[in-house]
Design a protein. Structure first.
Length: 237
């Protein structure tokens, strides 16, 4: 079962079990990492929550989702991060996040009226770019798994990615963070390129990796670094 807020791991717990870990948590995580320039507190929260959901790590989720709400991530955006990651990290991971977030929303008095606005039109679709993506995916995989190809077009890129509840730049940041956190480096070039097209800067992308080193582990980040470097080098804009 997910940890309730009353059972969150405290500094006293850390000190009793792993004093050195408490020192790192206090000195490096709290007083250094989260205060670094290059990425806003709001963005650091988005990266961290995405990593926790992608890795299904509920012990930290209550604290970090609350921090995200305190750092300017709106409740509807948290809900949309969970929705988005149901597709990019799996339905089960999203359900774990739903269980944790339900209690947070109840404690904060957040109801469904704050999570959606009726009659809001989807974001515009870049038909040319989407056409190229569809053609490439169909040519490469249409004969292998036509159902995957169909849902990728109809559900992901012509529905999920056009939902207004999360800005395209933030949706891309969530996606890239989840891919790095789960070690899915093959998907990083497309989605990091898309993130930068959506407004994520190279500095912000690099600082997101720094955040992810702590919340997804150094091996996952170092596996991603050569791929990210190549994306940076290939971009001319």
């Amino acid at each position: 079962m997910p940890l309730s807020r009353s059972r969150l791991i405290s500094g006293e717990d850390l000190g009793a079990v792993a004093p050195a870990l408490k020192r790192y948590a206090d000195d490096v995580i709290t007083h250094d990492l989260w205060t670094r320039p290059g990425l806003s507190l709001r963005d650091r929260s988005i990266v961290t929550v995405a990593a926790l959901i992608a890795r299904n790590q509920t012990a930290e989720m209550t604290q970090q989702i609350n921090a995200a709400l305190d750092n300017g991530v709106e409740a509807r955006e948290v809900s949309e991060i969970i929705t988005h990651l149901a597709f990019y990290s799996g339905w089960g991971n999203a359900m774990s996040a739903v269980a944790v977030t339900k209690d947070i929303y109840a404690e904060r008095g957040i109801d469904t009226a704050q999570l959606a606005v009726a009659d809001r039109f989807p974001l515009p679709l870049d038909e040319a770019s989407e056409g190229r993506r569809e053609t490439a995916v169909e040519a490469g995989f249409g004969a292998v798994a036509p159902g995957v190809v169909q849902y990728t077009t109809d559900v992901l890129f012509r529905d999920l990615w056009l939902r207004w509840e999360l800005a395209p730049r933030d949706r891309s940041l969530v996606t890239v963070s989840a891919l790095v956190a789960s070690g899915q480096v093959a998907q990083i070039p497309f989605h990091l390129g898309r993130a930068m097209d959506n407004g994520l800067t190279q500095e912000e992308a690099g600082e997101a990796l720094t955040q992810l080193a702590f919340y997804a582990g150094w091996p996952n980040v170092f596996s991603a670094l050569p791929v990210v470097r190549e994306v940076f080098e290939l971009r001319t804009d």
